[in-house]
Design a protein around this ligand. Structure first.
Ligand SMILES: [Ca+2]
Length: 290
């Protein structure tokens, strides 16, 4: 009692009461702040999720190939690269002991000219730079250079890693190696000029194979799928997906390999699509799926 009186006398109880109120106020404010922060975080997460789903879904165009024409294709050709130039198709074929570079008449499928690789070279992607045909090899780390007009080998480049697809955007060669990256290379020296990761809905899109550059986009068929990706080569983002299933009949598919080979006819604005050991080449346009 004496102690309480003494404390009251010097004002300690008043100080204690005031401190308690401040604590209560502080706890109230902390709870309000905490609830608000949690609410904002929740709303932010939901918004980001919806933005990702809705935004990305809108940004990838779903397309199909509409067949305009069908032409014969050598079923012995293990197609690894295909391009169109001045009314003809140029084709790179693979397999050890069977690899070639070919000039093909479109309508008949006849091989007009061909050159065989040595048996230890497996032909891969093919691109045209001016009048030079550049052909990758799978695991031999050599790109062969041919004169389109004489069909003679005029040089070669060395590189590391595997060679899959190749195309030319007018400035750089663009190369795939089975990963989700596209590699830029100098068309005169084959020097590395950087790379971009390709993503579909934000996820890596691997197994990029044969390539074609058309109107600012890289078209890549995906290994082991009847799917072609339309890629923005600057960002690596897949902007469109072409469903190319059902081109061959079930009977034709029995002796055919996977879809591999995209070429573009800039005059007709049509694509040529074929595959490994396919009996046909299809002339198609890519149209929005309904
Ligand atoms: Ca091509």
């Amino acid at each position: 009692m004496a102690m309480e009186n003494l404390m009251e006398g010097i004002g300690i109880s008043a100080v204690t009461v005031n401190t308690g109120r401040e604590k209560i106020q502080a706890v109230k404010w902390f709870r309000i702040f905490h609830r608000t922060a949690l609410g904002l975080m929740f709303l932010g997460t939901v918004s980001l999720f919806l933005w990702a789903i809705v935004g990305q879904a809108q940004e990838v165009e779903q397309m199909v190939g509409r067949v305009l024409g069908t032409y014969p294709h050598d079923p012995a050709a293990f197609t690894q690269g295909l391009l169109y130039n001045q009314g003809k198709l140029y084709e790179s074929t693979g397999m050890y002991g069977q690899s070639q570079i070919r000039e093909v008449e479109i309508v008949s499928g006849n091989v007009l000219r061909s050159l065989s690789l040595s048996i230890e070279h497996f032909g891969e992607g093919l691109a045209l730079v001016d009048n030079r045909l550049i052909q990758l090899t799978w695991r031999e780390h050599i790109a062969h250079v041919y004169d389109r007009d004489t069909f003679e080998k005029i040089g070669e480049f060395r590189y590391t890693g595997e060679g899959w697809g190749l195309c030319y955007d007018g400035t750089y060669l663009i190369m795939s190696n089975g990963s989700n990256r596209l590699f830029l290379r100098d068309p005169n020296t084959f020097e590395d000029r950087g790379s971009v990761a390709v993503t579909l809905y934000g996820q890596p899109l691997r197994n990029l194979n044969e390539l074609e550059f058309v109107n600012g986009f890289v078209y890549a068929n995906i290994f082991n799928q009847e799917t072609i990706a339309q890629i923005d080569p600057k960002s690596g983002r897949v902007t469109g997906v072409i469903n190319a299933a059902g081109l061959l009949t079930p009977e034709e598919k029995k002796s055919a390999g996977v879809l591999n080979g995209i070429a573009f006819n800039p005059i007709k604005q049509t694509f040529y699509i074929t595959g490994k050991n396919w009996p046909k080449i299809f002339e198609v346009t890519f149209e929005t799926a309904r």
